[in-house]
Unconditional design. Structure first.
Length: 258
């Protein structure tokens, strides 16, 4: 596992250098939907990560957001988001990261998220705790929703699917405050580090949440679906918290659905 963590950390840092180098410079932007965009920096950072992985573990499968994936029969799958927060990045808003996770036989066993502007490397291995730049982190001790700082994000098809607007309204009236910074991976890491107390979102992809969800769990938090059931990185909803406010958050989400 040490070799896996060393590789993931190095790959995330190298991708981070690509992101830093391109920040603020004129870049080619393409659209995967009306407001869902991708830049050449996304693809360049992804190639940096996949090249390192393939050089060390050519038999491993890769699932990557921008298409640098490959099949494999080893039982291992690397799940990569080279640039989480692309819209932020395209506007030079300083909230973005690279996210790398390793899945073994359907279970995420390793996660790394790197914020290159703050030089913050969040990491976790299954059963070994969560860390920020090598120092152990843990979720907050806030026990009431009304005293909690929450985070969320909105889907790219918000004009057609406005469910989260209802959730947002109910949570903003029931919590201390909500932040919407545009990077689910960092939101989850901040939850693991005690900076946020709860997080929920709809229609995320595996590469958005695989590393961050493990970091939350290894930091002592809880990750489920909106009803408190077992979470899958391939599902379309995620509820994460410090564990202490989880039931209250489930009740708010159920109220929105009703």
């Amino acid at each position: 596992m040490k070799d896996f963590m060393k590789l993931a950390s190095e790959a995330a840092r190298q991708a981070g250098e690509v992101l830093k180098e391109g920040l603020g410079k004129r870049k080619r932007i393409e659209y995967k939907g009306e407001i869902n965009l991708v830049t050449e920096i996304d693809r360049r950072a992804e190639r940096v990560i996949t090249k390192l992985i393939r050089a060390s573990y050519p038999e491993h499968a890769i699932l990557a957001e921008e298409g640098e994936g490959k099949e494999g029969r080893s039982g291992y799958k690397w799940i990569i988001d080279p640039l989480d927060g692309t819209t932020n990045y395209a506007h030079s808003y300083p909230c973005f990261c690279s996210s790398i996770a390793l899945e073994q036989e359907g279970e995420v066993i390793l996660g790394v998220v790197f914020d290159p502007l703050r030089d913050e490397l969040f990491s976790a291995e299954k059963g070994k705790g969560a860390y920020l730049n090598g120092k152990r982190i843990s979720v907050s001790s806030i026990g009431r929703l009304i005293r909690s700082l929450l985070a969320t994000g909105f889907t790219y098809d918000i004009k057609r699917d406005q469910r989260n607007l209802k959730h947002f309204r109910n949570f903003i009236l029931s919590s201390q405050a909500i932040r919407r910074d545009g990077s689910a991976a960092l939101d989850l890491c901040y939850l693991g580090a005690g900076r946020f107390d709860g997080f929920w979102e709809l229609k995320l992809s595996a590469w958005d949440v695989a590393a961050g969800a493990l970091i939350v769990e290894e930091a002592g938090g809880r990750v489920t679906d909106f009803r408190g059931g077992k979470f899958s990185i391939y599902s379309r909803e995620i509820l994460a918290s410090n564990g202490r406010i989880h039931r209250e958050m489930i009740r708010i989400l159920q109220r929105s659905d009703d």
